[in-house]
Design a binder for this molecule. Structure first.
Ligand code: UDP
Length: 242
């Protein structure tokens, strides 16, 4: 694959232009960061694993009627995607309390939420990706009111699809972060990636709070066997019949 010009390098991916201005190539790196890049490391094989998991989940979501930027994977760690303008909003959906929700509200880790909670964070490393209110989002003109309604509705639908999918893998979807982009037709597409870097995934039925973790919390909390956990997620995802 002719990669052409590098147009962006993020913490986990590099984006290249292609011959087609409407198509970009995302290369998934093994680099791992946490706590706003204060902690850095490498998870061997992560690029390929996350690219394959994300591709599978994008296909599943697309098949259920939600438009995504995914096109195909020319190599195990490369994904062709539709060119979009990424909205600077991290949309988090939670089914079970963990992470910043527990830290900021005092709700106990592992509490099953009565209904999915959708939260919007400002994608801005310099400001530490702060939690935003709807009124702040409108004040900052990060999205229109109609766009926020679309993001909320899509987030709930995607959560439903992913929850059902991971259930078949005997994995519990605790929470996840997604990003959206706007294409040249002003359509909102699910973009970025969905992987153990961006989801909390627990082995269903495993009571041990360390053993159950199959996601980037293994890296964040130095629990070890990070690569094994990511590989286990991929194996389970591939094991579900399409
Ligand atoms: N998340 C992410 N990127 C971020 C922040 C969060 O992918 O920059 C994911 C994280 O992996 C988890 C969910 O979003 O699955 C909720 O994260 P939370 O707000 O609890 O923040 P954390 O405590 O993980 O920093």
């Amino acid at each position: 694959m002719n990669r052409h010009r590098q147009i962006y390098e993020g913490k986990a991916k590099i984006l290249y232009a292609t011959d087609d201005p409407d198509v970009l190539l995302a290369y998934f790196k093994d680099d791992a960061t946490a706590f706003n890049a204060q902690k850095r490391g490498t998870i061997v094989g992560k690029g390929e694993i996350n690219c394959q998991i994300a591709a599978h989940l994008f296909r599943e979501i697309e098949a259920q009627g939600i438009a995504t930027h995914y096109i195909d994977c020319p190599a195990a760690d490369e994904m062709r995607v539709k060119a979009v303008q990424i909205m600077p909003i991290e949309v988090v959906v939670r089914n079970i309390a963990a992470g910043s929700l527990c830290q900021q509200t005092g709700i106990a880790l592992g509490t099953i939420l009565p209904q999915p909670l959708v939260e919007f964070f400002y994608k801005n490393d310099a400001l530490g990706d702060p939690l935003l209110t709807r009124d702040r989002l409108l004040l900052m003109e990060l999205a229109t009111s109609a766009q926020l309604d679309i993001l909320h509705a899509k987030a709930i639908q995607i959560n439903h699809i992913l929850q059902n999918f991971f259930k078949q893998c005997a994995i519990t979807l605790v929470d996840f972060k997604i990003e959206f982009g706007v294409d040249k037709h002003q359509q909102i597409l699910l973009a970025d990636e969905i992987s153990p870097d961006s989801c909390r995934l627990w082995l269903t039925g495993e009571p041990d709070p360390d053993l159950r973790v199959l996601d980037k919390d293994r890296f964040r909390r130095d629990l070890g066997n990070v690569e094994d956990a990511y590989r286990a997620v991929l194996a389970r995802v591939l094991g579900v019949r399409e």
